[in-house]
Design a protein around this ligand. Structure first.
Ligand code: ADP
Ligand code: ZN
Ligand code: ZN
Length: 722
């Protein structure tokens, strides 16, 4: 019997000693099930405790069992330790991100086939031809498979019931893995070839490379070919993507470019069994390419040779709760640890990344033009939102442009960054607005069913027939969400095929992919959607992009709002005119002279980025300073204030020798109350990262000692928003 130290996923002290019988091997990295008090959980062996025996401490308990997965490798353990130290969380919580889903109880068997896309096999087509009329759900799944043809459907997108059906059909041999439905990759153009060569030449050493390519410049082909070369030499490649919705499409493109190579995906929407199987394939070196979201940065990859981060500027790489890590930064750290190149791809690199480039820390690879030779940059027009022809939130020129597309059989995309029918419901007589009873926020009006919904806490209520304050029955929907826009377009063009893509229409699994396929199959004339539509989708017949509500971001108090808006606009604009048909972008804005608008018209992100960097330098904001954000919440405002007041005093006293940290006053959070919790925050700022780290070393332990039992607080290092 021996004693091991195990890290468990809890916030406080997170390592404990357990004993394991001699018959069981539990080296460092082993995933074990154990009991923590009464709670069952999964932990990771982080050290042996030599010399200790069971008799040393009567409190030492045995583990329950060893989970049958490969041990977490040393570099992933090191990554978790780095994240724990850098983002100021317990090692156990950080390490939990690296553990595949194993279930704290019994291990769950895989329930779906280990294929990303499935098609009906010939047997399946015969066997399922005569389904009973009652078997409506089975018939529906079969019909979907029939319709999808050789491209198949994704397993990731299935409901639990369909997943069970698929498992059974798979076992019966009625399904097969789809061949990738994407054409083989293009011959790279000169810019692409130069980028591929540069990535290739960096093999075998740490080299951060920024791949800055305008939308449509063929970054994906560069990733695929660079990956292909690394794999040919026997390496494994990690590709991080910001969104789950992008993984099926990307995976299919890579499958076409890397025939015969095993590609697996890792993201939170996979069924546990599938994610675990993919994780094991990575750990055993069987998977040549791992495509995944944030958490894939922890994938075990014994022969890791190249790390690719697509859309590196994307805010979704930063986790917003729990362990608030940035997966892009973690990927860079891991590449350095493993001595491999890391490619940061984007049309609009983050200001942090650009600044690293300026200082010569990152090399820059540029794809200046769209890869499809027929494609031209879209013509961008800025138009005021209200003109005499404007109705339903859409200005006259945009109506005319949509109509022209309908006449030519081309597609339009109207982008509005608000889901629901209208952002608020207001009394025309007294000015009352429907507000959330639990949050300091307005309720959003939804239709079908008609409800007022809070987008912060999920609260929903019926729409009152009259104003609760004055009894007036004239309540007006204010502003325009995706539903309202869809309705207005449908009323104007009854025969147009309109698809709405937002979180409400894509809630069920697979819905997004289905909609995407409909657009690609030319079965949609007008797309209405939120930012879900901005990224990485390639629709050749889409020639018009309209943008509504962009000005909202210009009013934002967040210091990154302008940078984000720029990235979003460049990305949305990039959806128009990807192939032979020329594209047009119409942005409704009252601020046509704003630098973001000017940059979009001039198709010049770099000049804008330079300007924004100058502003950041003057304001002493990232990347010229480093921030940490202390957030606190409690049911009562005075508890939040008392805690933050205390924290503020402690911060003033926590200056390390030499100081260098600015402590700002506590303020209410932008959303001052959420789900019945009052919220407040305090920012600390330093020009030197080391000063901030030394400060946090003193400050955080002091905070932990203070008895503020009703207050929940957290520290966010390098916060994405303030
Ligand atoms: P990005 O990711 O940079 O926005 P994509 O990789 O999606 O761009 O490529 C945009 C389009 O250009 C795709 O349809 C792709 O197939 C095509 N493409 C990529 N490389 C080439 C090339 N060398 N020649 C012609 N077309 C290309
Ligand atoms: Zn009223
Ligand atoms: Zn709410």
């Amino acid at each position: 019997m021996s004693v091991v130290r195990v890290a468990v996923p809890i916030a406080a002290e997170s390592t404990f000693d357990y004993w394991v019988p001699d018959s069981v091997a539990a080296p460092v990295g082993t995933v074990v099930r154990l009991r923590l008090g009464r709670r069952r959980c999964v932990g990771v062996v982080v050290a042996g405790v030599p010399g200790a025996t069971r008799d040393d401490g009567t409190a030492i308990r045995p583990i329950d069992d060893v989970v049958d997965v490969p041990p977490i490798p040393p570099d992933v353990l090191a990554l978790a330790r780095f994240i724990a130290a850098y983002y100021r969380v317990s090692p156990g919580l950080a390490l939990a991100l690296a553990v595949p889903p194993v279930g704290a109880g019994r291990g769950r068997a895989a329930t779906a086939p280990m294929a990303d896309r499935i098609v009906l096999s010939d047997d399946g087509r015969r066997a399922l031809a005569a389904l009973a009329p009652r078997a409506a759900a089975s018939r529906d799944l079969r019909d979907r498979l029939e319709r999808a043809g050789a491209g198949g459907i994704t397993c990731a997108g299935l409901s639990d019931a369909d997943r069970r059906r698929v498992s059974a059909w798979w076992r019966s041999g009625w399904l097969a893995e789809a061949r990738a439905d994407f054409p083989a990759p293009h011959l790279p153009n000169d810019a692409q070839r130069a980028a591929i060569e540069a990535i290739d030449a960096a093999a075998g050493r740490y080299a951060p490379l920024v791949l800055q390519g305008v939308t449509g410049s063929g970054k994906t082909d560069v990733y695929a070919q660079a990956a292909g070369r690394a794999i040919e030499r026997g390496g494994q490649v990690l590709l991080l993507v910001p969104e789950i919705n992008l993984t099926p499409q990307l995976t299919a493109r890579f499958a076409a470019a890397l025939p015969g190579r095993r590609i697996v995906t890792l993201h939170s929407a996979l069924a546990d069994g599938e994610r675990r199987a993919n994780w094991i394939a990575a750990a055993r070196g069987e998977a040549a390419l791992v495509v995944g979201t944030r958490l894939a940065v922890f994938a075990p990859l014994p022969r890791l040779a190249l790390v690719l981060v697509d859309e590196e500027h994307d805010a979704s790489y930063k986790q917003q709760d729990g362990v608030r890590y940035n997966a892009r930064d973690a990927a860079i750290w891991r590449a350095r640890e493993r001595d491999v190149p890391v490619v940061l791809g984007s049309a609009t690199p983050s200001l942090e990344t650009i600044e690293h480039g300026r200082r010569g820390r990152y090399a820059r690879l540029v794809l200046p033009r769209r890869a499809d030779e027929r494609a031209r940059p879209p013509a961008v027009r800025l138009v005021p939102p209200d003109d005499p022809q404007a109705r339903d939130g859409v200005c006259g020129p945009l109506w005319a442009a949509i109509e022209a597309r309908l006449g030519r059989g081309e597609q339009s995309l109207v982008f509005v960054n608000r889901r629901g029918y209208a952002p608020s419901l207001k009394c025309a007589a007294c000015g009352w607005q429907a507000g959330c009873p639990r949050c300091a926020a307005r309720l959003v009006l939804h239709r079908e069913p008609a409800r007022l919904r809070c987008h912060h806490c999920g609260h929903a209520e019926r729409v009152a027939p009259a104003c609760p304050d004055c009894g007036n029955v004239d309540l007006a929907a204010r502003g325009h969400g995706t539903q309202r826009l869809e309705a207005a377009l449908a009323a104007s063009y009854p025969s147009a095929r309109i698809a709405r893509i937002d979180r409400d229409t894509t809630r069920t699994r697979g819905a997004f992919d289905e909609l995407r396929r409909r657009v690609a199959a030319d079965a949609v004339d007008i797309l209405v959607g939120t930012q879900m539509l901005a990224k990485g989708h390639d629709f050749p017949r889409l020639t018009l992009v309209g943008v509504l509500g962009a000005d909202n971001a210009l009013y934002s108090a967040d210091f990154r709002a302008t940078e984000r808006l720029a990235a979003l606009l460049f990305q949305v604009a990039g959806r128009a005119g990807r192939a032979a048909l020329p594209g047009e972008v119409i942005v409704q804005t009252a601020f046509a002279s704003h630098p973001v608008c000017a940059a979009l018209v001039a198709d010049d992100y770099d000049t804008l980025a330079g300007r924004l960097l100058d502003e950041r330098r003057l304001a002493q904001l990232p990347p010229y300073a480093h921030l940490a954000l202390l957030t606190a919440e409690a049911p009562a405002r005075e508890d939040v204030d008392a805690f933050l007041g205390d924290a503020h005093r402690a911060a003033l006293g926590a200056q390390a020798p030499g100081g260098g940290v600015t402590v700002h006053d506590p303020v209410p959070s932008l959303l001052a109350r959420r789900a019945d919790q009052e919220r407040g925050q305090l920012v600390v700022q330093s020009v030197r990262r080391a000063d901030l780290a030394a400060f946090l070393d003193i400050w955080l332990p002091a905070l932990r000692e203070r008895p503020h039992r009703r207050v929940r607080w957290a520290i966010d290092v390098d916060p994405a928003t303030l």
